[in-house]
Design a protein around this ligand. Structure first.
Ligand SMILES: Nc1ncnc2c1ncn2[C@@H]1O[C@H](COP(=O)(O)OP(=O)(O)O)[C@@H](O)[C@H]1O
Ligand SMILES: [Mg+2]
Length: 153
């Protein structure tokens, strides 16, 4: 199990961490985002997307479940499974998750059967208004280079 824990003091630090992580990812990779509503999961995705060159404001896909960013390379698929709550998960999300983009998934717990074993998990915990504890983990040790980069190796 590879693990990295860090304190983010504001949104910008969370976005920078996301940018650092996405630089190490490639098409096909899956990032799970866990944490309560308002933790900063969508903020994290916006940092990653902006790093890949997406200039606009990133909005939550909560009301659409899936938002595709074909204008960046690799493509980014942003899933928010909150409204699915284990129901009606058979809507073709697997095509994206198994596809050749980087997929970010908020509330992966609600689409558990669709989550591949190879993934990174980013767990965000609210400490106070601006402070978050962020833990990045990889239970199958697939992303050694990424964790080495955290340690500055
Ligand atoms: N350190 C931080 N990291 C991320 N978001 C933060 C931080 N501090 C404050 N925030 C605020 O918390 C909110 C997070 O919202 P959002 O990313 O939509 O949450 P989620 O997608 O987890 O429900 C934003 O309003 C953001 O400005
Ligand atoms: Mg969100």
């Amino acid at each position: 199990m590879l693990k990295y824990k860090v304190i983010s003091k504001n949104s910008e630090e969370t976005r920078s961490l996301a940018a650092k992580i996405v630089r190490q990812l490639k098409g096909g990779d899956v990032v799970l985002l866990t944490g309560d509503l308002g933790a900063g999961k969508t903020m994290f995705v916006s940092g990653a997307l902006n790093e890949l060159g997406y200039k606009d404001h990133v909005i939550s896909p909560t009301f659409n479940i899936l938002k595709c960013y074909f204008e960046v390379k690799p493509n980014v698929f942003h899933i928010d499974a909150y409204r699915l709550e284990n129901q009606n998960i058979d809507i073709g999300l697997d095509e994206f998750i198994e596809g050749n983009g980087i997929t970010f998934i908020e509330w992966p717990v609600f689409i558990e059967p669709l989550i591949p074993s190879r993934h990174i998990e980013v767990s965000i915990k609210r400490i106070d208004d601006n402070v978050r504890e962020i833990e990045v983990s990889d239970s199958n040790d697939n992303y050694k280079a990424l964790f080495d980069a955290f340690e500055g190796k």
